[in-house]
Design a protein around this ligand. Sequence first.
Ligand code: OSB
Ligand code: MG
Length: 372
Amino acid sequence: MKIEQVHMDFVEIPLKTPFQTSFGTESRKSAWLLAVRAEGVTGWAESVADVEPLYSEETHATVYFALKNHLLPRLFGVEIDRPEAVDAILSPVRGNRMAKAAIEMAIWDWFARSRNLPLWQLLGGDPGRMRIPVGVSIGIQPSAEHLIRVAEWYLEQGYRRLKVKIKPGTDLERLGRLRAAVGDAVPIMADANSAYRLSDLEHLKSFDDLNLMMLEQPLAEDDIIDHRRLAEALRTPICLDEAIRSDEDGRKAIDLGACSIINIKVGRVGGHTVARRLHDVAEARGVPVWCGGMLEMGIGRAHNLHLSTLPNFRLPGDTSASDRYFIEDLIEPPFRLNADGTLSVPEGPGIGVEPDARRLERFSTHHELFSA
Ligand code: OSB
Ligand code: MG
């Protein structure tokens, strides 16, 4: 295929409740929505970049700039014979992984749709995994009481594990009270988004008393050395998120002993091709992975679910239902949680969902068209 057009809509949707992490608070979700057109077929994807460079250095502005000036010019006019080829074409451009992921994922969707196959099949997913077990990520709450109330509500909905955002100061008290409230059977994990340093080692050792499934990205966002020291000192498994930007990063972190679990975000690593290689690198080393999230709307969520059908996604992911974030999603119907705590992989060609045209018009604040 040769790309004919790329449509970019900047979309903004209010969040039901603000989402707080150790790096900031978000009250609305915004994203670039990409539509890749060729031969009468449209492939869709959603960028995971945010307004400010707090999770990673990429932002909406850098994603737009990189696509317009560096990525789309390398793709226009080129015959792309399979979606795996995109990663190699874009590899001379350093970094900008969220921008690369957005266009690469849309091209994967395009190929799956044009071959009339669901994306999971093109990715090589397992047909026996059409219901993906999911957990929920709970932002930092105003108090332990709020945290317990919110957690119990999600457990009633059927979520299979709780992920709690933490920061120094309130971490142990809140997690301890949550553990006491929900009991030992509920899987709980904590995500620090790089809020600690190795000098907090003694403090972090006390997390071992909380019976956590894992501790996600406790130390610096670009570190694997100190994480290895921490992993040696703790019984709680260390999971890396921010620090793993490619399959090569994954190989090094695992072989060094910096983590025993990896959170795979397709946007963070630059697309499905690298995400699948990272999955394979971890699988070959006996390290389980799970699918992370970036508060995606329906299009991004659908991509995550298709990727989650690969066999080494052995732990519940962060791909919770649309109503966990939004009153209305871009897609209709939205993603809903099944009673058994799973989300169903959408059926139909490609990612199996498309933005609702009226909602896209309502939520889009800006439209750009690039033609080959
Ligand atoms: O670190 O996993 C993270 C949301 C935004 C940025 C970073 C993270 C998160 C989440 C929420 O934890 C995941 C989700 O529910 O989509
Ligand atoms: Mg995380």
